[in-house]
Design a protein around this ligand. Structure first.
Ligand SMILES: [Zn+2]
Length: 428
């Protein structure tokens, strides 16, 4: 159904094209103009002898026909020759047919040459002749020659079409090749092995000598349409992934630092098809439309420094204990001491905070896993940065009096799942 509609459309467009070609031809060749003239039996066109010669030469093989169109000459006043034409149709013998030859082999005859030409164009059109990115041509040499009609039976356009496109069974000569099998021979005619065997029941390639000639029955197109199509495709380029080791992450953990993005490239391909079957493909050019973004993945190298036991963060004097204080709650233990004294991590872990934190002043928070965190507040300065992995006893900050503080001390806090708990059970 789809095919029929497409053919119908192609036929319409082709008629237009053929008419156009005809008009152009007529414009150039006055001698042919009379061929399609319906009414006038005689028409006089004034041309010089030189023009006439050129016109007839340009017509090439149709020169012969031109000689039969009844020229009559009369001298005019200005020295040119006035030529009277008689329409070709009236002079052409009616007992002449147009014969289609494919690679010299006669396919059939018709009395409607234009319809046959149109039929051939339709076959090309079905293979994309009218598409702007496609060129089509017959592989075989196609000729239409005029022959006397005696003894010739004309064919309908449907018959032509069926033979040309392989819908009609025909007998072809075949020379046995090396390695021929029933399947390979069937395929060489574009046929299924089963259908081929059905109409060649006795054919067995093994029964022949190499190069021996036989005859086969086939449903195979008489003409081969070579189609060259240029298509443009887009294809994704997968992004690459690079891994970067970092000691700021635990061994066995990974984190995407930069999300990868696929790129895109465009390539122009020339596809050659024979009767619709791809036979060759080559890339004409390609260009990158978008460069892929490399995915960066951080991979931890640091063994977990968590010991599960705790050391004193700073051996100062306890100036304020954990618990109720001034009607409120003191969430940690304060150890007072000289400004600038080193504060150490009471257990190994990862620094998850190292910055100013409101009333805590300069503060370091270390994550020890299992929901356990330690806080070191009011520091004068910090010795670590967020993300850093520290060992137990490593200097992380210095004693100060930043935030809400009345003198240099280290406010030490232990939190379980975010809630402050009494640090003493953890400390030695
Ligand atoms: Zn405190």
């Amino acid at each position: 159904m789809e095919q029929t509609r497409r053919t119908g459309k192609a036929r319409g467009i082709l008629c237009g094209i053929l008419s156009l070609i005809l008009v152009l031809t007529l414009g150039m060749m006055p001698a042919l103009a009379v061929e399609t003239a319906e009414e006038p039996a005689e028409e006089t066109v004034e041309v010089s002898v030189e023009q006439l010669k050129e016109t007839l030469l340009a017509m090439g093989e149709e020169l012969d026909m031109a000689s039969r169109i009844g020229l009559s000459e009369t001298e005019t006043d200005n020295g040119t020759v006035a030529l009277g034409f008689t329409p070709v149709k009236e002079l052409l013998p009616l007992d002449e047919y147009s014969v289609l030859k494919v690679d010299g082999e006669i396919i059939g005859a018709t009395d409607d040459r234009k319809a046959l030409e149109l039929e051939l164009c339709v076959i090309l059109a079905e293979h994309g002749m009218l598409e702007s990115n496609t060129t089509t041509q017959f592989v075989e040499k196609i000729e239409i020659v005029e022959v006397p009609a005696s003894g010739v039976t004309p064919m309908s356009m449907e018959e032509f079409r069926d033979i040309l496109t392989g819908k009609t069974q025909r007998t072809v000569p075949y020379f046995i090749h090396e390695g021929d099998t029933l399947l390979s021979v069937a395929e060489s005619f574009g046929m299924e092995a089963e259908a081929f065997q059905e109409i060649n029941p006795d054919f067995d390639p093994d029964q022949f000598e190499l190069g021996e000639k036989t005859e086969l029955e086939v449903f195979s197109p008489v003409v081969t349409v070579k189609t060259i199509r240029v298509d443009t495709f887009e294809e994704e380029i997968d992004f690459d992934t690079v891994y970067e080791d970092t000691d700021r992450m635990y061994l066995g953990t990974e984190k995407i630092a930069t999300e990868g993005e696929n790129g895109k490239y465009e390539f122009q391909v020339e596809i050659t098809e024979m009767n619709g079957k791809e036979s060759a493909r080559r890339i004409l050019h390609s260009k990158v439309l978008k460069t892929p973004v490399i995915q960066r993945v951080l991979r931890g190298t640091q063994k977990s420094p968590v010991t599960g036991s705790y050391v004193m963060p700073f051996n100062g004097m306890m100036s304020s204990d954990y618990g109720s204080r001034w009607g409120g709650m003191h969430t940690g233990v304060d150890f007072a001491g000289p400004e600038g004294s080193p504060i150490v991590a009471s257990d190994g872990g990862q620094v998850v905070y190292a910055d100013w934190k409101g009333t805590y002043g300069n503060c370091v928070i270390i994550d020890h896993g299992n929901g356990l965190e330690t806080y070191y507040a009011h520091c004068s300065s910090l010795n670590v940065t967020e993300g850093q992995i520290v060992k137990q006893g490593e200097v992380i900050a210095y004693v100060g009096s930043t935030g809400r503080s009345t003198g240099p001390h280290c406010h030490y806090e232990v939190r379980v799942d975010g809630k402050p708990v009494n640090p003493w059970p953890y400390l030695p």
